[in-house]
Design a protein around this ligand. Structure first.
Ligand code: GCO
Ligand code: MN
Ligand code: MN
Length: 387
């Protein structure tokens, strides 16, 4: 019943199911599983794709011969398990050289190295046919603002993206770049902390049409924001190029929990939004299993992400077909057409004049409430399976 299909475009990163469960206070608890094993597992559970950072697949110090071998083995595993690579990205955060950022480091050598590393990683992703290229600026930020100009940082970030857009065009890769905002962690504060700030930044680039966003549920929730509202704004701007689904309790560290494990209603509205508008990009689960999980439980975690999405998708269809819910919505959004002469559509001086002359019965209009309590309860009952 909740069988994943290719058309659902469920993806995981090598770093997600492959996460060995280390945290800032504890060593890894699971053995590192190889990229080939990850692909096998993803094939088994019916995922469509796998994404990677350059060094998830090819160690940073691999020789050209080792790299070639890894690429050919990985290609074989993908074909054997019917798994594709829709997205690639660069690890610009793990190596000590990025301790003060990558594209926004105060050191021009670091900034140049970050761009070089990204070009190489774009070459690698293109080998596998990836069409989305994610930029998560995990180290692009500060702990103290005493030593770095936020204006310079923004300029360097822009210069790097402009350079890489040109490289993308020159190579004919056809990537769409997706900026992934996050408010903090691992930096005290990260630049471009929210979807809204990333959207504003994109408009300042040389090739804004090539660049969109990769919003992550947990990241907006860490900032105390409503994720569904964020993706709606990105969608409206034509910028929802990718999405990282997971979960998080507000006000906590970056938890990257299984999708739907915490905020069930929010997860429902996320799925509802994506399905209702017909989003057809990857549904990427950027999450990892609890540290207490063993490898068998990691597999359950991955299956859980997919199943939860499909359950919620079914609930969306129920919501849309529920006559009581739909009647309430019709009541809530009722429009007798009397205002169309004034608002909606283009401005005209006649409209402005007529609207200024119209007299509103404020008390009568204000007396009308909205049955949101009733509707919200119906949604709850639907989600609980008693409707
Ligand atoms: C995080 C981020 C990362 C990125 C990944 C791909 O909080 O750790 O979400 O997982 O998504 O680096 O860009
Ligand atoms: Mn995250
Ligand atoms: Mn992410």
């Amino acid at each position: 019943m909740y069988q994943p299909k290719a058309e659902h475009k469920f993806t995981f990163g090598l770093w997600t199911v492959g996460n060995p469960g280390g945290d800032p206070f504890g060593y890894p608890v699971r053995r590192a599983i190889s990229p080939l094993e990850v692909v096998e597992m993803l094939g088994e559970i019916g995922a469509w794709g796998v994404n990677f950072h350059d060094n998830d697949l090819v160690p940073i110090d691999a020789t050209p011969a080792q790299k070639a071998q890894i690429i050919s083995d990985f290609k074989k595993a993908l074909a054997d398990n019917n798994v594709v690579v829709p997205m690639a990205t660069t690890d610009l955060f793990r190596e000590p050289i990025f301790r003060d950022g990558a594209f926004t480091s105060n050191d021009p050598k670091v900034r140049a190295f970050a761009i070089q590393k990204t070009m190489n990683a774009m070459d690698l992703g293109a080998e596998f046919g990836a069409k989305t290229y994610v930029f998560w600026g995990g180290r692009e930020g500060t702990e103290t603002d005493a030593g770095k100009s936020a204006l310079d940082a923004g300029k360097w970030f822009r210069d790097a993206l402009n350079f890489l857009c040109e490289y993308n065009m020159e190579q004919g890769y056809g990537y769409r770049f997706a900026l992934e905002p996050k408010p903090n962690e691992p930096r005290g504060d990260i630049y471009l902390p929210t979807v809204g700030s990333a959207l504003g930044f994109i408009a300042t680039l040389d090739h804004p049409e090539m660049v969109g966003v990769n919003p992550e549920v947990a990241h907006e929730q860490m900032a105390g924001l409503n994720f569904m509202h964020a993706i709606a704004q990105a969608w409206d701007a034509g910028k929802l190029f990718h999405i990282d689904l997971n979960d998080q309790r507000g006000g906590r560290y970056d938890q990257d929990f299984r999708f739907g494990s915490e905020s069930i209603k929010q997860a429902f509205y996320i799925v509802k939004f994506l399905e209702d508008v017909g989003y057809d990009g990857s549904r990427h689960f950027d999450a990892h299993a609890y540290r207490s999980s063993d490898l068998a439980d990691v597999k359950e975690f991955a299956k859980g992400c997919i199943k939860t999405y499909l359950i919620l998708k079914e609930k969306v269809a129920k919501f849309n077909a529920d006559s009581e819910i739909q009647a309430l919505l019709a009541q809530i959004t009722a429009d007798d057409g009397s205002m169309t002469q004034y608002i909606g559509g283009k401005y005209s001086s006649e409209k402005a004049k007529a609207l200024k002359a119209h007299s509103f019965n404020r008390a009568e209009i204000a007396a009308k409430g909205q049955p949101y309590e009733k509707l919200d309860q119906l949604v709850f009952e639907l989600l609980m399976g008693v409707r």
